[in-house]
Design a protein around this ligand. Structure first.
Ligand SMILES: *Cc1c(COP(=O)(O)O)cnc(C)c1O
Length: 403
């Protein structure tokens, strides 16, 4: 920790937070971390070997259990989320599946949202029920719905805010209070906000999860996930991860640490660009609705001010028109952009758009799409680091082509 033990600002944490402040003599003097590719590590004595094998999370034992590059990245990730400990995994879904499988067993009950990342929804509505876990899905915007869904066997409440693709919010403090009174663990997927715009643990949430593929990595060149929380829960999740084999590669841990150094700068710019696009598109006659929590018109703007710094890099828009004309305009718009690329994912340096309905219509029923908030006329925009003026000009030209 720094001299007077005052917590560092996030901007300083991303630069220095991978150092071990309680054992400075153990810190690597190389400024850029080494990539430990070894699959296994030797002991000098049998006592040392026993210690390596039995000490949980020993970073130099066998690489499925961890490695020093990963440990350095995890130290920083934990501090960014105001947590004691963190576990890196091979992907966001690796972190989510490992976390869920470590927290619940047959006979337990989970309260979750009807809107979650599609992979998370599959775990909650297919894999876990098949293993004997009960799941109740609620409207995330309704704090009373969470309360009404709690049962004596509820072990976990899992939330995601802002959620995909309509940027609906969940009241983190209300969920945390409810869970505390019933002794229930809480988990928040904080991928969309990133720790720069929202820190769920500051509102009482136990575990915070990221698809590090998105903002934390930030360069569209790695797949990883991370879960942050108290040391005891993270050790339990780590035990599951070594059985499930969801460990991250040391190369990925290196890349992620490199990306994290610029997280506050990138997210600040992405949030500015998203707000500029939201304000520009809200005024355009072809656009019926803009979903972005930092806009005064967002139905949960008061909650936004309570728990977020800025709205983040993602917004979504809905075109005017019916299921047919709105759908056509949205699809044409996505195809007519020059600067913004037509691709899934978010959080990278480049602006990406997806027309959600054409992406999901082959695999989801119209009813399931409605439940997930995917209107035929909806386009999701993930702002990158380009100039806001160039992005607005690109969107304006594409809107003209779609008219
Ligand atoms: C992308 C994403 C995930 C899954 O992460 P992967 O790294 O692709 O496995 C989970 N939650 C949210 C909110 C995401 O955007």
């Amino acid at each position: 920790m720094n001299r007077d033990d005052a917590p560092l600002d996030l901007q300083s944490l991303v630069i220095h937070g991978d150092q071990d402040w309680s054992h400075p003599e153990l810190n690597d003097t190389a400024l850029a971390p080494a990539i430990y590719t070894a699959s296994t590590y030797s002991a000098r004595t049998s006592e040392e070997f026993a210690a390596m094998a039995n000490e949980p999370r020993h970073p130099r034992y066998y690489a499925r259990y961890g490695n020093p590059t990963q440990e350095r990245c995890e130290r920083l990730a934990a501090r960014l989320e105001n947590a004691e400990s963190a576990l890196l995994c091979a992907s966001g879904m690796g972190a989510m599946s490992t976390t869920l499988l470590s927290l619940v067993k047959a006979g337990d009950h989970i309260v979750a949202q009807s809107a979650h990342y599609m992979g998370t929804s599959q775990l909650l509505t297919d894999l876990l029920p098949g293993l004997g876990v009960e799941v109740t899905l609620v409207d995330q915007r309704d704090a009373d719905a969470f309360r009404a869904a709690v049962r004596p066997n509820t072990r976990l409440i899992t939330v995601e805010t802002p959620s995909n693709p309509t940027l609906a919010l969940t009241d983190l403090a209300a969920v945390a209070r409810l869970a505390r009174t019933h002794g229930i663990t809480t988990l928040a997927d904080n991928t969309f906000a990133s720790p720069i715009n929202q820190r769920p643990r500051d509102f009482g949430i136990d575990l915070v999860l990221h698809s590090a593929t998105k903002y934390l990595g930030g360069h569209s060149d790695l797949i990883a996930g991370v879960v942050c929380g108290d040391a005891a829960r993270i050790e339990g999740i780590w035990k599951r991860s070594i059985a499930l084999g969801t460990n991250v590669s040391p190369f990925t841990a290196f890349l992620l640490l490199r990306g994290l150094r610029t997280l506050p700068l990138r997210v600040a710019r992405q949030s500015e660009n998203a707000l500029a696009l939201a304000r520009f598109l809200e005024k355009h006659p072809a656009i019926a609705r803009v979903h972005y929590p930092e806009l005064e018109s967002h139905p949960q703007h008061a909650l936004f001010k309570q728990q977020m710094q800025h709205g983040g890099g993602v917004l979504s828009i809905e075109f005017e028109g019916d299921a047919h004309t709105g759908y056509r305009a949205a699809k044409q718009f996505a195809a007519s952009l020059r600067l913004a690329r037509h691709a899934v994912s978010l959080g990278g340096v480049e602006t990406l758009v997806v027309h959600a309905a054409s992406m999901w219509e082959a695999s989801l029923s119209p009813e399931r799409m409605r439940e997930a908030g995917i209107s035929p006329a909806l386009v999701r925009i993930a702002a990158g680091l380009e100039s806001a003026a160039d992005l607005c000009a690109d969107m304006e030209a594409a809107l003209a082509a779609a008219a």
